[in-house]
Design a protein around this ligand. Structure first.
Ligand code: C2E
Length: 876
């Protein structure tokens, strides 16, 4: 008979193919009583002598003694789960079964020593205590050491010692056999022990014929499967090697045929129908000829693991599905020092980036940045990766097709099982392009002028602060250039807001083209622009740029197919020369700009401190103006109007002045626009009209004759529905002859709403006064309207008079206006005449009335009277 026994799947079979037929009797392993407490030894068929029978009886006796002990020892070896309990049970068995007074086996699990100590006291010599300290590292080794310990500890001369020695010996043999080092001397004992081991094994053991019919099963199998031994024996529980029916059986068949073990997991069914999983090793037993005689199957119930695995797999599947269906992109990367490669991306990642998983797995996680590495937020992600912590940032990333998207990225470290080391990072990718763009749009709107796209006041203030901070560190200058378009209002009034907008947009573009990228061009509103010029090594550099700007604006702007000319007045202040903060610098640039307006426009002026002394910031102007009106700070100056033919003063234009108690005389150009905006122009205008009329009457009474008094009427005044009534009241109140009163309206005002203008003009005309069109030539009056309007006089704008004697274009325009006016029977007055050459040219063109510094600046009433009395000289 050949016996092959596999103890555990981790152990190799103890012995294979011991040929017991050489012995005279054999041990039948299947004759155990329950729980393996008794081992029956069977005889073979050969007849025995009486000596042999005695020897067998003695042997049987001896075996049954130690078997009792072995059974218990075995029980504590196999049925205890931890070493201390096992050792305790073992010692107890030594005392109760082997006659020891005490036996202690201690396990010292100190990290350092890793030993177990054996201390055994023999009952015959209680004093003699034997110690042994043995290294131990794991359960298997402890079993091996147990043998050694027993050899150390056991004395001689006692029957029980003999049994124990025998046990020890058997264990030693078994272990030696295990290690393949020592042949069995006593095969019978070995087989018994092995048979016992099989029976007692917590693993299920089946022996079967090659046809699969079971010839033996141990208790664990019965317990695990629910079948009794009788129900199992003879049944085909293992594969039939002669007719493998499935792929798995075929594999098993091939392995076993080659004398190899087959190992694998299988799902089985218990008697009650429930399922369980086993991991089993099937080993073939062969005869000398190499034919398989038996199959030995050792099975371990792994249902617990298997079901846990199933749960884990289900949980994993759930997570995988959650990742797959997430609308956020998810990317998992390694977190090794030198490896941050991508190991997983979900479908949303593929959708957002355009890259498929196979294209990105293995690449570095940061590849979505391409070479756009100059991003402030990137540092946060870098340090989160370095410090193995969570981090988030909004980054510019690039899709496969090269388009940019905003990635709202959140990264989190993934730790290993013990929570100590970061093995991976999970990155959640959210395409936030829409939101970021919306935010940027809002930011842009908050910082930019909607019409021109230039910086607005908000952004301007920031830029000035930045420019000053930088200039401070670099010892450079910052130029603040405030630019106001000359007569822009005329464009707006005459051609509508669309035309005005076109002009502003074109101006914005031209201004941008004059400065560097680091400079700022802002629009403050209306026709006011500010240029912040950075990094200037010299203050004079601002003038160069200002000249460039004036030149750029000098080119005509095409609006609705018509070339329109625009000029600008530019005031400049410089950091640190004029001040060290934006508000002050802007105010000074503003003051300088108004000086330009005052002195003929279309030019540049740098701020000088003297200007500051006579100027008032517009911020404070409104309140001051209101108080000024109440306190009588306003006064009228009069500029004479000359008839060239009679060489006499025929009239005066009333021009308002503000005598500010601290600042002194302020020119209307500095406060009229604000008065217009704030509505203060209405009480102011009424006061001017009344005062001018009163003065005219006073001069009349003083003998200056019936001078015509011209009074400027602002757009807002002109739009007053009861303007005519108010004028009539003033006329009545002051006693002026209406024929001596001329109201000056600008060309742009009357062209705004032709029908209502016509009505208003007619009503005014009914009062008997004259209507004069001021600044003529700057608007876009159509001849037909001029014909329809009840106008008495045209005043040619100073801009055409300036060069009328040298510039043929200007001369042509002035000439055309004069000719047209005369043909319509209107008076023509040339404004801003400063030289004799201009007078000569104007006279040649037929213009007979002039006004200008050549004949007198605006002056107070007393000076006017003196001037009148002195007379004027038209020809030198
Ligand atoms: N360079 C130069 N300039 C000359 C010459 N001759 C006259 N001027 C200036 O030209 C402006 C003529 O007045 P405007 O065109 O009606 O322009 C006026 C008018 O639009 C407005 N304004 C003045 N007073 C009043 C007023 O009482 N009511 C209203 N609504 N506007 C007024 O303020 C503007 C500016 O007034 P002013 O500063 O007094 O400036 C005056 C006058 O001083 C010259 O030969 N050369």
């Amino acid at each position: 008979m050949h016996v092959g026994i596999g103890l555990l799947r981790y152990w190799p079979p103890l012995c294979q193919g011991y040929d017991l037929s050489a012995h005279r009797w054999y041990v039948g392993v299947k004759f155990f009583d329950t729980r393996c407490r008794r081992l029956y030894i069977g005889l073979d068929t050969a007849p025995m002598t009486s000596n042999e029978l005695d020897a067998l009886a003695a042997e049987t006796q001896r075996l049954s003694q130690w078997h009792m002990l072995l059974g218990e020892l075995s029980a504590c070896l196999w049925f205890t789960e931890d070493l201390p309990t096992m050792l305790h049970g073992f010692c107890k068995a030594l005392v109760t079964r082997a006659g020891y007074l005490s036996a202690e086996l201690e396990l010292d699990l100190e990290e350092q020593s890793q030993v177990f100590k054996a201390r055994v006291r023999h009952s015959n010599s209680p004093e003699a205590v034997q110690h042994a300290t043995l290294p131990v590292s794991r359960f298997g080794t402890a079993l091996a050491e147990l043998r050694v310990s027993a050899e150390f500890a056991l004395g001689v001369g006692h029957e029980a010692h003999g049994v124990l020695l025998r046990l020890t010996h058997e264990l030693a043999e078994a272990i030696h056999a295990l290690q393949g080092q020592h042949p069995y001397n006593d095969l019978q004992d070995s087989v018994e022990m092995l048979a016992l081991s099989v029976q007692q094994s917590p693993y299920m053991v089946l022996f079967a014929k090659p046809s699969g019919e079971v010839v033996f099963c141990n208790d664990s199998y019965c317990k695990g499967s629910g079948y009794s031994t009788a129900e199992v024996i003879g049944q085909r529980m293992l594969v039939d090697l002669s007719t493998p029916s499935s792929e798995a059986e075929l594999r098993m068949f091939n392995a076993l045929k080659m004398g190899e073990h087959w190992q694998g997991d299988m799902q089985c069914r218990r008697k009650d129908g429930s399922e369980y999983w086993v991991r089993q090793i099937v080993s073939p037993l062969c005869d000398k000829a190499g034919n398989i005689t038996h199959l030995v199957s050792v099975k371990q119930d792994i249902s617990h693991c298997r079901f846990r695995l199933k749960d884990a797999e289900e949980a994993l599947l759930l997570r995988e599905q959650a990742l797959s269906s997430s609308s956020n992109g998810i990317m998992i990367t390694r977190s090794d020092v030198d490896d941050h490669s991508i190991v997983y991306v979900n479908p949303a990642f593929e959708r957002i980036t355009g890259y498929s998983a196979s294209e990105v797995i293995g690449r570095e996680g940061r590849f979505l940045l391409r070479d756009d590495l100059a991003q402030a937020d990137l540092e946060e992600i870098r340090s989160a990766l370095r410090e193995r912590r969570e981090g988030q940032a909004v980054l510019r990333n690039y899709r496969k097709d090269g388009t940019q998207f905003w990635n709202e990225l959140h990264i989190a470290p993934v730790k290993d099982a013990d929570g100590q080391h970061t093995t991976h990072f999970v990155s959640v990718i959210n395409d936030a392009t829409e939101r970021v763009n919306y935010q940027k749009e809002l930011e842009y709107q908050a910082n930019h002028d909607a019409l021109t796209g230039l910086a607005n006041r908000n952004l301007l203030n920031d830029r000035i602060i930045q420019a000053i901070a930088w200039a401070k560190r670099q010892s450079l200058f910052v130029g603040i250039m405030l630019l106001d378009l000359d007569h822009f209002k005329l464009v707006n009034d005459a051609s509508g807001h669309g035309a005005g907008d076109t002009m502003l947009k074109e101006v914005a573009q031209r201004l941008n083209s004059c400065v560097r990228e680091t400079d700022t061009v802002a629009r403050l509103g209306g026709d006011e622009f500010v240029l912040v010029l950075t990094d200037l090594p010299e203050t004079g550099d601002v003038d160069v740029i200002a000249e460039k700007v004036l030149k750029a604006l000098a080119r005509p702007i095409e609006i609705n197919g018509v070339d329109v000319f625009v000029t600008a007045s530019i005031g400049v202040s410089v950091y640190p020369r004029d001040g060290d903060h934006g508000e002050l610098l802007l105010r000074y640039a503003d003051i300088a700009m108004y000086r330009v307006k005052e002195h003929g426009r279309n030019s540049v002026r740098q701020f000088i401190p003297e200007m500051g002394a006579t100027a008032i910031s517009r911020m404070n102007m409104e309140g001051a103006m209101r108080r000024g009106l109440e306190r009588g700070e306003f006064a009228l100056h009069y500029q004479p109007k000359i008839d060239l033919l009679t060489q006499r003063i025929v009239g005066a234009e009333a021009l308002v002045r503000w005598n500010h108690p601290q600042i002194g005389l302020i020119h209307p150009i500095e406060f009229i626009p604000l008065a217009e905006e704030s509505g203060l122009i209405l009480p102011l205008g009424e006061w001017v009209l009344t005062e001018a009329c009163r003065q005219q009457v006073a001069w009349l009474e003083a003998g200056l004759g019936a001078l015509e008094m011209s009074v400027n009427v602002s757009a807002r005044q002109f739009r007053q529905e009861d303007l005519a009534e108010r004028v009539a009241q003033v006329v009545a109140a002051t006693g002026i002859a209406p024929a001596c009163l001329a109201l000056e309206l600008t060309e742009s005002m009357v062209m705004q709403d032709v029908n209502s203008t016509l009505l208003a003009l007619r009503t005014l005309k009914q009062l008997g006064l004259s209507i004069s069109l001021d600044d003529f030539g700057t608007g876009y009056s159509s001849l037909s309207y001029l014909r329809r309007f009840p106008i008495d006089e045209l005043k040619i704008d100073k801009s055409f008079i300036n060069d009328v004697h040298v510039n043929e274009d200007d001369a042509a325009i002035a000439g055309a206006i004069i000719a047209m006016a005369l043909s319509l029977g209107l008076r023509v007055v040339a404004e801003g005449v400063e030289s004799q050459a201009q007078v000569d040219r104007l006279l040649a063109m037929g213009c007979t009335q002039v006004q200008g510094y050549l004949f007198g600046r605006p002056m107070d009433a007393a000076s006017f009277v003196a001037k009148f009395q002195a007379g004027v000289r038209v020809f030198p």
